[in-house]
Design a protein around this ligand. Structure first.
Ligand code: PLP
Length: 388
């Protein structure tokens, strides 16, 4: 076919590629692991696909790292990242912060412990805050292969003292895996600060439009990359070229979008904090936030993320629950209840039905603030608070 002078990465829907003859086939298989991001030697799309590789290069630039591997979901990225360290009988213990995405905690319970019988330990927070003496004691005693954490907790938006966590891990020769879905490379690039692997649910801010699921594993170390490629290939984790194509297009506006998410979230948090119907607002950019100091240390003046959690005033739990339901009903047409985050449209999630066992808070709502005009957003929310 004649070459076409396209400006954009083409969408290659091939399952397998034309390898021509037995010599080039042998070469392609031999070189497969050597140049994972070079535009050559494509064999089969579960191994590598040119559309996907082009998007991996975009993410490498965003994260400032040497390699990135796309997979079909954030959960798949977590599976790849931790499985890289699973070495049969020689597998060392793993240490996970407990204050992480709920799905990751379920993955730990149902896959790593129940099915793979791995020696997994949890580091718990007290009221969302970390006891570093306890962390050091665990690192010393357990000698884990890696420590896994998120910088920003969900839904309480507690920002960890990341520098201290990473120093402690290094002191005990423990690798570091960071789920940076909430922070995003806009606010923080953990690999530049010494993390070994970073994963993202690209379903959230990276794709940003709530129209695909995707995940990515990022790193610098060559050996880890080879292990991750091997695991991705044989466990069958891969992002379809169609979804990669859309992710690639949507990533081009990532910086612009995320800046607007941060600006809107701060403006909305300040607005809500002054509103007479609101009991409390949790946003790391507010002076009142318990870990504002940590947030400023980590993010500088770039922003504080796009998530805002707030509690509606009420005379009793039942009163709060009813007000919360009326507030949600009043927003049905403008800010829908959708259990995801990081979209250009503002969406909300009530805390009690989702995290009730851990956070039995009947008046609390988590907002994933979108990129709409801020006056319009304030208007929607202000009206709903009036109607409630
Ligand atoms: C959503 C999410 C995940 C899981 O990602 P999926 O794309 O839904 O598989 C992991 N970590 C965090 C912090 C998330 O928000």
């Amino acid at each position: 076919m004649k070459k076409i002078n396209a400006n954009h990465t083409p969408l290659y829907r091939e399952a397998g590629f034309n390898l021509k003859d037995s010599i080039t086939t042998k070469e392609a298989f031999a070189a497969e692991l050597d140049h994972p991001h070079e535009p050559e030697n494509y064999i089969y799309s579960r191994y590598r696909n040119p559309t996907t590789v082009a998007v991996e290069q975009q993410i490498m630039e965003l994260e400032g790292c040497k390699w990135a591997l796309l997979v079909e979901t954030g959960m798949a990225a977590i599976d790849v990242a931790v499985s890289v360290f699973q070495k049969g009988k020689d597998t060392r213990p793993w240490l996970f912060f407990h204050e992480i995405y709920g799905g990751t905690n379920s993955f730990i319970d149902t896959v790593l412990i129940k099915r793979r019988n791995l020696d997994v330990h949890r580091f718990y927070a007290n009221d969302g805050l970390y006891d570093f003496e306890e962390l050091e004691r665990m690192l010393k005693e357990i000698q884990p292969e890696f420590l896994y954490f998120e910088a920003v907790s969900n839904p309480m938006l507690i920002v960890a003292d990341v520098k201290r966590i990473m120093e402690l891990a290094k002191k005990y020769d423990c690798k570091i895996i960071v789920d940076n879905t909430f922070g995003t490379p806009y606010l923080w690039k953990p690999l530049l600060d010494g993390a070994d692997l970073v994963i993202h649910s690209a379903t959230k801010y990276m794709s940003g439009h709530g129209n695909i699921t995707a995940g990515v594993i990022c790193g610098n170390d060559e050996e880890l990359m080879k292990e991750a490629i091997e695991y991705r290939k044989w466990a069958g984790h891969f992002l379809s070229p169609d979804d990669a194509y859309r992710l690639g297009s949507q990533l081009k506006s990532f910086d612009l979008r995320f800046k607007q998410h941060c600006d809107n979230a701060l403006a909305l948090a300040e607005y809500l904090e002054k509103h007479p119907q609101i009991e409390e607002v949790l946003y790391p950019g507010l002076e009142s936030h318990p870990t504002r100091k940590e947030a400023v240390a980590l993010f500088g003046n770039k922003g504080f993320g796009g998530m805002v959690t707030f509690d509606i005033k009420g005379e009793s739990d039942e009163d709060k629950r009813e007000k919360c339901n009326r507030f949600i009903a009043a927003l049905e047409e403008t800010i829908p209840l959708v259990p995801t985050l990081g979209e250009v449209d503002t969406i909300l999630l009530p805390v009690e039905p989702v995290w009730g066992a851990k956070y039995p808070l009947p008046g609390t709502i988590r907002l994933s603030v979108g990129i709409e005009n801020i006056e319009k957003l304030k208007g929607w929310i202000g009206n709903a608070l009036e109607e409630m």
